[in-house]
Design a protein around this ligand. Structure first.
Ligand code: MSP
Length: 634
């Protein structure tokens, strides 16, 4: 079999810093649908998914939970695998970046790039977003410090680093983007093209300030460096096929990938860095990189702190895995952001699945038994209903070319539903009960034959989205969905005569929401003040010169604090339980300097120290480094 007949597709590999959520399920379900469709067409398909396990983010997440990164990665990676198994995701390989074969492959790639002169050693100084595991150029920062992609504060890192000559590939990448048009939806390509046209800087590809990553190849002999997690992760698409191992049969058979499915947030890594790495090691580039949008919940961004993250298993348990698959694929145009609401999901189940599809099946089951002992024949369908049949065949003819391979699965489904409309409309127009009354039995039987064939057409096309459900529909219609029946039905072959199998309704009506209600926690502070109001409070750096106990008081100390004024101020502070006077002398504090003086235990207090108290006790707030006394705090 030549390479043109194979189809290699991938999902991103998921970070193991946290458990799977709806976004991960979405990407994986799209990929599973495409893979199933390709297999149904008899295409030799390889579907890869897995977990991305190295990097600072994972190291920190593990540490927070008192685990080693590997222990933590094992635990979360197993959760992803278990979820995909439960969702019957039919992948061919689940890769983990901690797999020894992957590590070997990444080291081989690194060495090849190094030997090709594409890697040099220098020094990185700049901003880094740990959440996105991404270096952020100063010009991209929001408010001088926030990551433009996730909005979280970046960290400044200064460390020795190896760099990849990304700049060298700028023109070639641009040409590839413009001539091959690998990005879907095409509208997303412009953003990436602009990013490349703005100029590509060489990319830092190693880190030294933490350890959880792949070591450089031993030939380079620089043990304090680990490979940048994105370089490590992207190469999974090659190492999964055996790149770097003894056996490269799969690599030869399946590379280049026909499709990388990614979220819009990681398109740049796949459409700019990845092709440059591939060019550097002399590999062909992937054919399509398709970027989907993001899911929100009830119009709100999902976040752990709000407690509104959707657990895909919870949705599937409540509404059924396949209904959930249909909803996600039908509800949102590929590439656009989508909103998950239970109401929208219930509407899709009750309307599209229940009314349009389920009812049509129920109607012919009912009529077949009422009028023909359950028997259906295709005998006179062409004779009585050629228009309906041809209209339906026209709809499905180019569906896959126009929509499916272009990732427009929502459109694919929308169009397919038109076939169901033809069926429902035919019943209303020709009224089989009247045909029976008027002794036009042959025409009535042919009408049921038409409906059965329309349902078969829908079932084979919908199979990749709802494998089990369509399997049940096919069984009721007396056939099995496989690559031969798919090809025959798509080719215009009608069903053989059969006796319909009665099956219970596939989509019982859902009357009310079935999931636990989420209380969205509002993180917004309630007593908002303006900046002017804030600046009414004058805060200054002070230095404690004198600290003494006030004998009669359990709580108070008398302090003399230098605020850079003519003479020190006397401040009576309630910190006796937490500090000994001698610990305080000569230390720096933050002082509210424009409080009206007040008398405490008969003594004037001319200011207040800032402090914070939680269940572990009290702490004064101090400047990180000594500052001149009287320096305003802003
Ligand atoms: N580990 C990297 C990918 C490396 S691929 C060589 C990564 N992992 S991730 O777990 O953070 O994200 C994986 C995918 O989930 C991304 O495609 C991302 O877009 C997707 N989603 C994460 N949250 C999402 C939503 N709320 N909605 C839809 N998809 C989102 O990035």
């Amino acid at each position: 079999m030549s390479k043109c007949d194979t189809y290699y597709l991938t999902t991103p590999i998921y970070y193991v810093n946290d458990v799977p959520h709806i976004g991960h399920a979405y990407t994986t379900i799209i990929a599973d649908t495409i893979a199933r469709y390709a297999r149904l067409k008899g295409i030799d398909t390889f579907f890869l998914t897995g977990t991305d396990e190295h990097g600072q983010k994972i190291e920190e997440a593990a540490k927070k939970r008192g685990k080693t990164p590997k222990e933590y990665a094992d635990e979360i990676s197993a959760k992803f695998k278990a979820l995909w198994d439960e969702f019957e995701i039919c992948y061919d390989k689940f890769i983990r970046t901690t797999d020894p074969e992957h590590i070997k492959g990444v080291q081989k790639a690194f060495l090849t790039m190094y030997e090709n002169g594409d890697i040099y050693k220098d020094y990185y100084e700049g901003h880094y977003c740990v959440g996105c595991e991404s270096f952020v150029a100063p010009s991209q920062l929001v408010n001088d410090e926030l990551c433009p992609d996730c909005g979280r504060p970046t960290r400044i890192i200064k460390e020795e680093s190896y760099f990849f000559r990304l700049s060298k590939y700028q023109d070639k990448i641009l040409e590839w983007l413009k001539t091959k048009k690998p990005i879907l939806p095409e509208a997303k390509a412009n953003e990436i093209i602009r990013f490349v046209e703005d100029g590509l800087k060489d990319l830092s590809i190693t880190r030294t300030s933490f350890e959880w990553g792949i070591k450089l190849p031993k030939e380079i002999n620089d043990p304090k460096h680990v490979v940048y997690v994105w370089l490590d992760a992207l190469f999974n698409y090659l190492t999964a096929l055996g790149y770097g191992s003894e056996d490269e049969t799969l690599l030869k058979k399946y590379w280049p990938a026909k499709l990388h499915i990614v979220g819009k947030d990681i398109l740049k890594f796949h459409a700019v860095y990845w092709p440059a790495f591939l060019m550097s090691i002399g590999f062909e580039l992937p054919k399509v990189i398709a970027a989907h949008g993001w899911w929100t919940r009830d119009g709100e961004k999902m976040s752990k702190s709000k407690g509104n993250v959707i657990n895909p298993k919870e949705v599937a348990d409540a509404y059924g895995i396949e209904n959930f698959r249909y909803f996600m694929l039908r509800e949102v145009p590929f590439g656009a952001d989508g909103d998950f609401s239970e109401k929208a999901l219930i509407d899709r189940i009750n309307n599209d699945l229940g009314n349009d599809l389920g009812n049509l099946l129920n109607r012919i089951i009912g009529m077949a038994y009422k009028y023909f002992d359950g028997k259906i024949t295709s005998k006179n369908v062409e004779k009585y209903y050629p228009n309906e049949l041809n209209e339906a065949r026209d709809i499905v003819k180019d569906l896959e070319k126009t929509y499916l391979w272009k990732m427009q699965i929502h459109k694919f489904l929308e169009e397919l539903w038109k076939v169901l409309s033809i069926g429902n409309k035919a019943i209303d127009t020709y009224k089989p009960w009247e045909l029976m009354k008027n002794s036009e039995e042959e025409k009535a039987a042919a009408l049921l034959g038409l409906i059965a064939n329309l349902l078969a057409l829908v079932a084979v096309n919908l199979h990749a989205v709802m494998p089990k459900t369509t399997g049940k529909i096919a069984k009721a219609l007396g056939f099995e969905i496989n690559k031969d029946t798919f090809a025959a039905i798509m080719d215009g072959k009608l069903l053989n005569d059969f006796v319909i199998e009665k099956i219970p309704p596939l989509f019982p009506k859902i009357e009310k929401p079935l999931m636990k209600k989420v209380e969205v926690k509002e993180n917004k502070p309630v007593n908002l003040i303006t900046i002017d109001e804030f600046f009414k409070t004058e805060l200054k750096i002070g230095k404690i010169l004198v600290a003494e106990e006030i004998k009669k008081s359990k709580k108070l100390l008398r302090l003399e604090v230098d605020l850079g004024e003519e003479k020190p101020r006397q401040i009576i502070a309630g910190i006796k339980e937490y500090y000994k006077p001698e610990e305080l002398i000569d230390t720096y504090v933050c002082v509210v300097s424009n409080l009206k003086p007040a008398k405490l235990m008969g003594m004037m207090s001319e200011g207040m120290l800032l402090g914070a108290k939680d269940e572990n006790g009290f702490s004064l707030i101090r400047p990180e480094k000594p500052k001149k006394t009287g320096t305003p705090i802003k």
